[in-house]
Design a protein around this ligand. Sequence first.
Ligand SMILES: C[S@@+](CC[C@H](N)C(=O)[O-])C[C@H]1O[C@@H](n2cnc3c(N)ncnc32)[C@H](O)[C@@H]1O
Length: 205
Amino acid sequence: MGVYGEQVLPRIIDVACGMKTTDPLRQRVCEGLAGDVVEIGFGSGLNVPFYPAGVTKVAAVEPADVGWKLAAKRLARTQVPVERSGLDGQSLPFADDSFDAALSTWTMCTIPDVAAALREVRRVLKPGGSLHFVEHGLAPDEPVRRWQHRLEPVQKRLFGGCHLTRPVVDLLTGAGFSITELDVFYEEKAPKFLAADSLGIAVSP
Ligand SMILES: C[S@@+](CC[C@H](N)C(=O)[O-])C[C@H]1O[C@@H](n2cnc3c(N)ncnc32)[C@H](O)[C@@H]1O
């Protein structure tokens, strides 16, 4: 991946994704998580302060070693046991039906084969288990979509394969999830091409 991808990018993501404006969204997406949880694209642990008390343990799946190191200060302040348990959302090292819930925040944009990752999340979730998500993707408005298509090649090069035009809801339903809660909006104080978010809960039947 090179020095940029391994050393620099995880630090950029820590700062960019760690902006205080994302805190209310992290709070919302983590609400209701309970039991054993798998978090794909754990990054630098920016969701850790928002895990509810009902979470019994978190299996963190994250390829970037630097991201995991940056999470140490957040892990030191939580009561929830968190273990780095996997490196790739596309191939999860867990038995079928292992988890009560899953969490993904601004990660489906980056996983190369996101359909495979969603199949894996479904496999490891217990029947009726829920995936809590907040993801940026294809905007609801055509003018913004045009900019997303123009800018996507640069975005992918600079940000480790991050896509701007992934249709989040279609990907989830295509993987067999039923969406039970959904809010689609532009994040405040961010360029629209980057901030067309879908936040909600998808249930694995
Ligand atoms: C934009 S960051 C979001 C990080 C974190 N979820 C957050 O909300 O701050 C995308 C994350 O996905 C991770 N990632 C990339 N490829 C992945 C894969 N195949 N499986 C799991 N995570 C992956 C990246 O290393 C990065 O930490």
